[in-house]
Design a protein around this ligand. Sequence first.
Ligand code: FE2
Length: 526
Amino acid sequence: MQKRPSRTSEIRLAELVAALSIATDLGMGQPMEYVLHSCVLAVRLGETLGLSVSELREVYYLALLRYLGCNAGTHEQAALVGDELAMRTATLPVYGGQPSQIMDALVSHLRRMHLGLSSLDLDQVIAQRILVFSQVMQESAAGHCEVAQLLASRFGFDESMQQALGQAYERWDGQGVPGGTKGEAIAASVHIVSLAHDAVLFHRMGGAQMAVAVAKERAGGAYEPRSVERFCQQAAHLLAGLEAGSSWQAVLALEPGSQTSLSEEQFDNACRAIADFTDLKSPYLLGHSSGVAELAAEAARRCGLPEADIVAIWRAGMLHDVGRTGVSAGIWGKPGSLSDGEWERVRLHSYYTERVLARPRALAQLGTLAASHHERIDGSGYHRGASASLLTPVARILAAADAYHAMTEPRPHRPALSPEAAAEELLGEVRAGHLDSEAANAVLAAAGHRVRTTRRALVAGLSEREVEVLRLLARGHSKKHIAGLLFISEKTVSHHTQHIYTKIGVSTRAGATLFAMQHNLLATIG
Ligand SMILES: [Fe+2]
């Protein structure tokens, strides 16, 4: 996208990172706000340990960023264990425990995944998976750290934070991953954040009593003993009200040190980083988010939309699929057709995108647009099933850009379509009434296809002929009379009428009349 003047955007770094932490909650198979709660606890614990403001700031951001690498290696994990999110839900509580506990959790997970197998076949599956599990998980954890470090540098975090992220899964006793570090050699922030994250998990499972019991059990093992001692002494105070009220507000109010606001350019760079974070979820998605963003922005420009809309569609394109993090890579990579249950999970991803971006105002506006990328003008899309009257021109362009770009990428059930075949398929979507023709034509032109001259923007994706029919309907003409006026059959008028009603989301002539008045469509024809 064209470079813009560097002025301050309306978003704080803390807001952006906290929003992204909602995506990483989903990517770790945890309820939303798990990381926000952990951040509050980690800072509280750091304060009782007497940390300086700069040390507390590292604790704060490390707590929020700890799972930033969560999309790394998910495709491989899903190939091994089926639903990697369910596996993470099952195993996260025991990562700080004994190796035998991790294996027990894995075996239980595999049993749940393969309920239909005979016990002999099940034993075989378990034996095969256990053989490679440790190696895959070791590589995956190392990948998490590496990816988190690389992404953090793109958000502008310094060397010290990147180093802490590289040690995020290390343990006091040296038995962590990627390994090779123990005790005091590990950053103090890592010890505090590891304990806080697990304490929140066990607090949710069994209250303060369980959180304290597990912390004591793992002192000197996974956790640094002094932090455990302080946590256990003050657990009631530290855990008080952790899940009550607005965690979002609590986290933002807690930021140690001065608040950092992003410049417009930094915000753009952060959107690019989130796009890459998202597309790591599956090898089929590489470059999808940034490709959609560039294509949609160019299409919007060709439609003559204002600069603010072009910026918004570019950013929304970068962010549109962040909710994919909350759906198993096993589904994104499944070669066969999806079951109804799997489709339901797929349909959730645009909802997750909306929720991840919902809180900071600057992201919420983008989030509403981003989360509309699977909506269709006839109301057949998801997750809201919004129809034409609710879909703005930018939303229609984003939907067409996403659809076209996805067609030109390989998917597990089909190879990538050629640009020509994708263009034909996109136009088929227009003919079927799913996509707006002007938006699709603009996307095709932006992708380098020769298309008919883009027509003047019409309301709600209605064609010229449909607007004519709507005007006459609104003026009270019968279908028979309209047919005569327009030299078409009565059956064709009925067909147009039905199409119009679907596109503008009404079911009566009165609704259509009001719509026509609202959009100044009542000028006489002919
Ligand atoms: Fe999507």
